[in-house]
Design a protein around this ligand. Structure first.
Ligand SMILES: [Fe+2]
Ligand SMILES: [Fe+2]
Length: 299
């Protein structure tokens, strides 16, 4: 018996986290009696930072595993390293037992443009190179091909687990179901093209074929959703995201009346102008933000 916590999109470097914030997170995990922590990608932009976070929790005696999100991948060279990074806690395309009936399976995942409103692969690629962080990632195949090869490998593992009669908790970074893609209307409609880089509908279809996949936890969206049961599987998506996207940040701005109307584009400069007050507010409320960004699974 134990309790698994899955957290995605910690972004410790972009969020300027130090040991102090990690200690706050650790305290919450201990209060929640968590026995295994899994970080489902976008832990940091730099591998070194990502490993330091892993070490922080593992050295404290909390077993912590991880997979890569797109942000780590910009700091990794070669498909083999992306899929099989040599760290004992790296769980991509690997599983560990939670108990005698259930395993935690990790899968980095990728995207195939299936959620895009753009018709051609060429146009999606052009937009990616123009707007998306992932232009810094060197992949050896096209995005749809990288995705297809990953799903092929995942299918083999799922078949193996099904044959063994094992239940599966799958932790992945990218979006497996269209239910978690937001399509804008009106003047923001053109941004729907960037949904291309959020995930793959084929991943969800693959999961649908395996009744033993009980729960899928993912992130990457930087938007939290209600949990949804689709078929036999419960889907959970509550990434932490960047500090300027947090609920506590919106509350800070509202409570201090720092903006007449809420404008995402101006948040960072408003926070900078009120840095000391924001830091204090953050210290008081980060606990709630962390709590809203973790998925707890008893096993
Ligand atoms: Fe992220
Ligand atoms: Fe991501």
């Amino acid at each position: 018996m134990g309790r698994l916590a899955i957290i995605s999109d910690l972004h410790v470097d972009i969020n300027h986290f130090t040991e102090k914030e990690l200690q706050q997170l650790f305290t919450i995990l201990m209060e929640q009696e968590v026995t295994h922590l899994h970080l489902a990608g976008d832990t940091a932009n730099r591998l070194k930072t990502c490993q330091a976070v892993l070490d922080f929790f593992n050295h404290k005696g909390l077993a912590t595993s991880f997979i890569f999100g797109n942000h780590e991948l910009a700091d990794v060279t070669g498909e083999a390293m992306m899929a099989h990074y040599p760290n004992v806690h790296f769980l991509n395309e690997r599983f560990i037992p939670l108990n005698e009936k259930k395993v935690l399976l990790g899968f980095n995942g990728w995207y195939d443009y299936s959620y895009s409103t753009t018709n051609t692969e060429k146009e999606s690629l052009r937009l990616k190179n123009l707007y998306w962080y992932d232009r810094f990632i060197q992949r050896e195949f096209s995005d749809p091909e990288v995705n297809r090869l990953g799903l092929q490998r995942l299918e083999k593992i799922l078949v193996e687990l099904e044959e063994k009669g094992l239940e599966v908790v799958l932790a992945t970074h990218f979006v497996p179901k269209r239910e978690f893609i937001v399509y804008q209307t009106g003047k923001y409609q053109r941004w729907n093209q960037l949904n291309a880089f959020l995930g793959s509908e084929a991943l969800g279809e693959l999961i649908d074929r395996f009744a033993n996949v009980q729960q899928v936890v993912f992130g990457h969206t930087h938007r939290k959703f209600e949990e949804q049961q689709i078929g036999n599987t419960l889907y959970s998506c509550r990434p932490l995201g960047y500090f300027y996207e947090w609920q506590l940040t919106r509350d800070f701005i509202r409570e201090n009346q720092l903006m007449e109307t809420f404008q995402m584009a101006k948040i960072r400069s408003v926070l900078k102008a009120n840095q000391a007050a924001f830091d204090q507010y953050k210290e008081q409320h980060l606990k709630n933000e962390f709590q809203s960004a973790m998925t707890l699974i008893d096993y």
